[in-house]
Design a protein around this ligand. Structure first.
Ligand SMILES: Cc1ncc(COP(=O)(O)O)c(C=O)c1O
Length: 378
């Protein structure tokens, strides 16, 4: 129950176990064609969606280095570990960063993006980089509104980390006119780590014509050129593509709306049950990520707490990162997670709190009732 790598369905595991095939073969080309179409379906876009062998960070870095040039001015949203990472990456490549930050646990304020973009009459800002679902804190940022402000600017590209939002909640790439959207296989995609995905708008490709940042393995133009022949510039992780094919088929069978509803139900079950257990949510209530819930725990070391749950119930929870280590634990509920998983984790948390004399059995029972109620909501 960590927010990635997430559980992998049996069918997908079996696909991984197949004998690899040549990546220049017709069979593999067919696979690239179908997975690319299905990735466009998942992203709700007509844009190119490129598959990279590498983790989510590779996809984000690719978006940045393929469209920007040294010294370009960018806005970076920073309200957690991943927002912070994109500030670091941007600086590493010599970009001039205007930081829009918020306390960890709070959402980014769309108005601050609006103010800065409106003031930029010379159109010096080349991109807005931010994280949609901030996995480190369990906050979901208001991407729809921020993206509407970016569109009004007309020049700036949006470069969005959707690593824990694609496949869990609505990210209509075309409708919101998102330019670059990055994600990774080990999250909502329900496959092991190793692949990442980046969707590129026409505007992003135009920007790539003048981008001067160094790139070779992550030069997206090579991926686009190869994709026109349903191929890859380098040897891809063939077996992960088998797995991707299976998982995307499963997602299509379930349907986008149902996937989003399932994630909302999981989130509500976990967050409402946690409150019933007298635990505090770390993220602001109106900005809870459908993928991961961060829970504050008072008078108990969160690291010891999650170790106990691992040892006694064999359920792995994620810890807090950086200054939040020991102060929060995080429950991942994205991807291949079912009602049993949610009920089990609530029961394990409740029982551990009973053993530590923090709550009564009645309260633990009430939390399970609350979780069941939300899971059964249609
Ligand atoms: C929101 C977010 N962005 C980026 C990353 C980094 O992805 P990766 O570890 O696949 O490079 C993660 C990983 O947990 C994430 O949750």
């Amino acid at each position: 129950m960590i927010p990635g790598p997430t559980p992998v369905p049996e069918k997908v595991l079996q696909a991984l176990g197949r004998h690899p095939i040549g990546h220049r073969s017709k069979d593999f080309q067919d696979l690239v064609e179908i997975t690319t179409k299905n990735l466009q379906w998942l992203h709700q876009t007509e844009n190119d969606v490129l598959t990279i062998t590498g983790s989510g960070t590779a996809a984000m870095e690719a978006g940045i280095i393929n469209t920007l040039s040294k010294g370009d001015k960018v806005i970076c949203g920073d309200n957690g570990k991943f927002g912070q990472r994109w500030v670091k990456v941007a600086k590493e490549f010599g970009l001039e960063v205007i930081k829009v930050d918020a306390a960890w646990g709070a959402p980014l304020d769309p108005e601050r993006f609006q103010e800065i973009l409106e003031k930029d009459v010379e159109k010096e800002i080349k991109a807005v980089i931010l994280t949609h679902s901030e996995t480190s804190t369990g906050v979901i940022n208001d991407l729809k509104t921020i993206s509407s402000h970016i569109r009004k600017h007309e020049k700036a590209l949006s470069i969005i980390d959707c690593v824990t939002s694609i496949g869990a909640c609505n990210v209509p790439v075309d409708k919101w006119e998102l330019d670059i959207v990055a994600s990774g296989s080990q999250k909502g995609y329900m496959i092991p780590p190793g692949l990442s995905f980046v969707s590129m708008s026409q505007k992003a490709w135009q920007a790539s014509e003048t981008s001067n940042l160094p790139k070779f393995y992550l030069n997206l133009k090579s991926y686009k050129k190869s994709l026109s022949n349903n191929s890859n510039p380098f040897t891809p992780a063939v077996n992960l593509v088998f797995a991707l094919d299976e998982s995307l088929k499963m997602m299509k069978d379930e349907g986008l709306e149902k996937i989003f509803q399932r994630h909302i139900k999981n989130q509500l079950a976990v967050t409402e049950a946690a409150k019933t257990l007298n635990l505090k949510l770390f993220a602001h209530e109106k900005h809870l990520s459908p993928s991961v819930t961060a829970i504050q725990i008072e008078d108990i070391d969160a690291e010891k707490f999650r170790k106990t749950i691992k040892n006694k119930y064999d359920i792995l929870l994620a810890g807090g990162q950086d200054h939040l280590k020991g102060k929060i634990f995080r429950v991942g509920h994205l991807g291949y997670i079912n009602n049993r998983d949610i009920i089990s984790v609530i029961a394990a948390i409740g029982n551990t709190l009973i053993e530590q004399n923090k709550i009564s059995t009645e309260v633990a029972g009430e939390a399970l009732k609350v979780a069941s109620f939300h899971l059964s909501e249609t």
